[in-house]
Design a protein around this ligand. Structure first.
Ligand code: FE2
Length: 155
């Protein structure tokens, strides 16, 4: 029996399109009761207003977004975090593009949600925790290198 995989490199996680017409993509890591989304929104992208039962925390790592939650419009930038309670409307527009981490608990198993997307784009891990190789060509530099460069530049 193959050994179960517990440790990953973010760069190796396959890309799953999130909002196709806006070019928004992410790399998911899926747990039993939690899901992480390493998201990249290109400059000018709009993430449409939406809500879901799962709770969500957004950590902004690079760039800015004009975020909207529960009718409040808030400028977010690297270092800002936002908690989205379940079933609260949220979305945003980014002029600069942004990279961030979204944490979902539980994983979004709602209709059209992240787990359904992973199934349709064939980016689900197998029973040993292995993810398929990346199939989506992207010119976007892998986000984590950018974050490290930004952190080093601030020192
Ligand atoms: Fe959301």
């Amino acid at each position: 029996m193959a050994k179960k995989q517990y440790v990953y490199r973010i760069d190796d996680l396959p890309f799953t399109p999130l909002v196709e017409k806006e070019g928004i993509v992410t790399q998911f890591l899926l747990g039993d009761n939690i899901q992480i989304s390493f998201i990249q929104n290109p400059p000018g992208a709009t993430f449409p207003l939406h809500s879901h039962e799962a709770e969500q925390i957004l950590i902004m790592l690079e760039g800015t977004e004009e975020h909207e939650i529960d009718g409040q419009k808030i400028h977010m930038e690297a270092g800002d975090v936002c908690i989205h309670p379940g079933n609260v409307m949220h979305g945003g527009v980014t002029l600069t593009g942004f990279k961030g981490i979204d944490i979902f608990s539980p994983p979004r198993t709602d209709k059209g949600g992240h787990v359904e997307r992973m199934i349709s784009y064939k980016t689900m891990p197998d029973s040993e925790g292995k993810y398929p190789a990346n199939k989506i060509e992207t010119k976007v530099p892998t986000w984590f290198k950018g974050v490290l460069a930004a952190l080093r530049a601030k020192k």
